[in-house]
Design a binder for this molecule. Sequence first.
Ligand SMILES: [Fe+2]
Ligand SMILES: [Fe+2]
Length: 186
Amino acid sequence: MKVDVSSSSKAAQHKHLVLDQGGLDAARNSLDEGAVTPSYGPWRDDVVKLLNDALATELVCVLRYKRHYFTANGVDSPAIADEFLVHANAESAHADRIAERIVQLGGEPDFAPSHLLDRSHAAYDESTDLQSMVRANLVAERIAVEAYRQMITLIGDKDPTTRRMLEDILSEEEEHADELKDWLGH
Ligand SMILES: [Fe+2]
Ligand SMILES: [Fe+2]
């Protein structure tokens, strides 16, 4: 028997684009939740945890770049040392954006220095020569790129604002990694 499934399956696929009135009504309640409405879903704690680990990573990156900037001064490539400071400031700005988002989500940004390194994806580094510094920073940037890419995939459409912020930060980490790669061997 020949069954025409094309029209019925098309009808099943065609779902009208309408808002969920229940969700809109629910947004009138729980005002102390600020930007987080009831439809946010059950993963807020997971997102805050991911963001706090990213915050720790950014803060460790600030410290590593600052250490490198101040100790690399006077070596034969001061332009690269100056770029370490530019990167330190960029990582600090990333940390600020992440901390702000954690607070918007009702979480607490974790700046506790005692366990920053435990939570950071990237390592601190005390290399004393410029090439080792560049290499250590490139490794850290590549780890940051990988971590942000995974976070973006995990968050998907669960939290568009967080995802957009992470996509912005990811593109800057990719620029950092690209610059550092160019400085390898200089
Ligand atoms: Fe960063
Ligand atoms: Fe970076």
